[in-house]
Design a protein around this ligand. Structure first.
Ligand SMILES: Nc1ncnc2c1ncn2[C@@H]1O[C@H](COP(=O)(O)OP(=O)(O)OP(=O)(O)O)[C@@H](O)[C@H]1O
Ligand SMILES: [Mg+2]
Length: 458
């Protein structure tokens, strides 16, 4: 884990998200606290519960984006879920415990691929030997196992038993393999067939949600089918290395490590939490929504969830909730849940200045994206500064006159603005297209001045 300081975390988020400093600060503190907690003496460590956060702000101002970027930064298992996806226990649908099951699954995959990376070199060496065996079946008794590799051992064995020609052939083969001269050759390879489709049909019917993992049970009932496939040498090497890596990794250890990682540093991002607020005194779906909130309580507070990998304690999982809270307030959540999210941060709605920066500054800025897209057609797109400012201006205007959808408005405006260019690019003989403020205003004039039109088009 890169132990980033809060300041470094904010800096890293700054590369993608404009403004919203307060929100960045609190998630940075929360992340750093995870690390601090791990340094605290044992007896106190278990007492320190994470301080969960609610991000409050209108649509399209970067709530989800912050979470997404945080996920990349934090080397911790990170899951983003929509609160609206869940239903109260007893109703048809996903129950909230599946959050922890998914998070664990994710952590297992994460640790597994790390471990496989760690044994990559060894796996590749073994894979090479196995491939050579396939290309050049050993004449004498088969090799005792795949474990040994390396030139000297082969030499020893060969000196005693094999005629000298065999050695030279194998070594020649090896050299040709390294030089890529065998790349066009095919070998027959036994590959494990995908699990039987029957199981897939079952799981899509929602059975995956059951605590007893039916999918695995059923999967285990059928013998693993293998089939012979013809593959090219390079692909064979990859498949064999993959197989060997899987064999070299100790899954028990992986699972243990994954569970501990979830328990110690898991982060859950609960999006759209405002949408599970029920209105007082109402019935119907609202009742069920409040039920979801109540189901969330134990998980946020800390409980033990059974997963197919074993029991997972949620006491120290960090929850970051987010919602627009247009029609309601955080205080409309059931009181117990409010109490479990002590940190509230508001995200500001975005104006023209922020739009100018969002268009150009982030590493994945929209303008850069469109430039790159058109570059593939051999067209260089140039935006003059006043054009950027004009686009931001139009977006702000439309946001204030119709619905405020935040930075998402930039997408609709740009798409409209570049519509013709994007359509004509393959046939155009212009190698360079320059866009200035005049072009922007002319292109969008009719639409931005007509509220009804903008409602539909922008
Ligand atoms: N502050 C910002 N800086 C850079 N890009 C932003 C910012 N805010 C929003 N965006 C861009 O706008 C789009 C929508 O943002 P995001 O998904 O974070 O909205 P949100 O706040 O989660 O809204 P909602 O409440 O509708 O879920 C994203 O493509 C994101 O890149
Ligand atoms: Mg969102």
């Amino acid at each position: 884990m890169k132990n980033l300081t809060p300041r470094e975390i904010v800096l890293a988020l700054d590369k993608y998200i404009i403004s919203q400093h307060d929100a960045k600060r609190s998630v940075a503190i929360a992340l750093r606290n995870r690390w601090r907690r791990r340094q605290v003496p044992d007896d106190l460590r278990d007492e320190i519960a994470p301080k969960n956060i609610i991000l409050i702000g209108p649509t399209g101002v970067g709530k989800t984006e912050i979470a997404r970027r945080l996920a990349r930064l934090a080397d911790s298992p990170f899951l983003k879920v929509e609160a609206t996806k869940f239903t109260e226990v007893g109703y048809v649908g996903r129950d909230v415990e599946s959050i922890i099951r998914d998070l664990t699954e994710l952590a297992v995959n994460m640790v597994k691929s790390e471990e496989q990376d760690a044994v990559k070199d060894k796996a590749e060496t073994i894979a090479e030997e196995r491939l050579l065996d396939l290309l050049l079946p050993p004449k004498k008794e088969p090799r005792p196992n795949n474990e040994f590799s390396g030139e000297e051992k082969t030499l020893e064995l060969v000196k005693k038993e094999d005629p000298p020609e065999a050695l030279t052939t194998r070594d020649k083969m090896r050299r040709m393999l390294h030089e890529g001269k065998l790349d066009s050759r095919y070998v027959d390879l036994e590959v494990v067939d995908r699990p039987t489709p029957v199981v897939e049909i079952f799981s899509s019917a929602g059975l995956e949600e059951m605590d007893i993992n039916l999918k695995d049970m059923l999967g285990g009932m059928f013998p693993k089918k293998t089939k012979k496939r013809k593959v090219k040498v390079q692909e064979a090497l990859e498949i064999l290395a993959q197989e060997e890596a899987q064999r070299l990794v100790d899954m028990d250890k992986v699972v243990k490590q994954a569970i501990s990682r979830v328990e110690q540093s898991g982060i859950v991002f609960l999006d759209e939490i405002d949408k599970i607020v029920g209105r007082e005194g109402s019935s119907g779906p609202d009742v069920s929504r409040e039920g979801v909130q109540r189901d969330l309580l134990p998980i946020v507070e800390g409980c033990t969830v059974m997963t197919k990998y074993g029991a997972v304690k949620t006491d120290h999982v960090l929850f970051i909730a987010s919602g627009a809270f247009h029609a309601n307030k955080p205080s409309d959540l059931v009181p117990e849940l409010q109490g479990r999210f002590p940190i509230r941060v508001e995200l500001k709605s975005l104006g023209k200045e922020e739009f100018v920066r969002i268009l150009t500054e982030p590493k994945n800025a929209l303008i850069l994206q469109y430039k790159a897209l058109l570059e593939t057609e051999g067209v260089t797109l140039v935006f003059e500064d006043d054009a950027i400012s004009a686009i931001a201006e139009v977006a702000t205007q439309v946001n204030s006159r119709t619905e405020n959808i935040g930075a998402r408005r930039l997408h609709t405006v740009l798409e409209r603005l570049l519509d013709e260019i994007l359509f004509d690019a393959p046939e155009t003989d212009k190698k360079k297209i320059t866009i200035n403020a005049q072009y922007v205003f002319e292109k969008l004039k009719d639409i931005k001045d007509d509220d009804d039109l903008s409602r539909y088009i922008l």
